[in-house]
Design a protein around this ligand. Structure first.
Ligand code: FES
Length: 167
């Protein structure tokens, strides 16, 4: 523990502060003052396209993308494992990139194209990555499988784009 008066901030504190600052910068000035006061939730409208459907929500600006999908849109395929960016169970593909949806605020994705496991395939028409997981018994316990599949799909796109993810 740092002595009184010394600066003591963890990596998680830095990430949380930066995320909050980024979210605040997207709000109108009045809403920013309310948010800064911490007195009550600040609501904001956000829209994005998720699994091919345009969806608009009014959300507490602190709502993660994962909670927006699971709690507000009832897309429960993406799982909440650690809620700290460590397990990948919540992985979604946002504008072509895989991200941990528990670590990002929904309001930061205005206008984004989002794909969750529900958008990749259906039971009678599996995405090739889903079919490969079935064929090779890749589920393990199954809880984080949706995140693994989304990550697998995106990593192949990264390799095609010349990003050395496989290294
Ligand atoms: Fe574990 Fe998001 S829930 S990384």
């Amino acid at each position: 523990m740092a002595p009184p008066g010394e600066f003591d901030m963890s990596r998680r504190d830095v990430v949380a502060s930066a995320t909050a600052a980024a979210a605040l910068s997207t709000l109108p000035a009045g809403a920013r003052a309310d948010a800064a006061s911490g007195d009550r939730p600040v609501l904001a409208r956000v829209w994005f396209t998720i699994n091919g459907q345009r969806r608009e929500l009014e959300l507490d600006t602190r709502t993660s993308l994962l909670d927006a999908a699971r709690e507000h849109l009832h897309l429960t395929g993406s799982k909440k494992g650690c809620d700290h960016g460590q397990c990948g169970a919540c992985t979604m593909i946002v504008d072509g990139r895989r991200i941990n949806a528990c670590l990002t605020l929904a309001v930061m994705h205005q206008g984004a194209e989002i794909t969750t496991i529900e958008g990749l395939g259906q039971p009678d028409n599996l995405h090739p990555m889903q079919a490969a997981f079935v064929r090779h018994d890749g589920y393990q316990c199954g809880y984080c499988t949706p995140g693994q599949i989304c990550s697998g799909v995106a990593v192949l796109d990264e390799i095609r784009a010349g990003i050395p993810s496989h290294v």
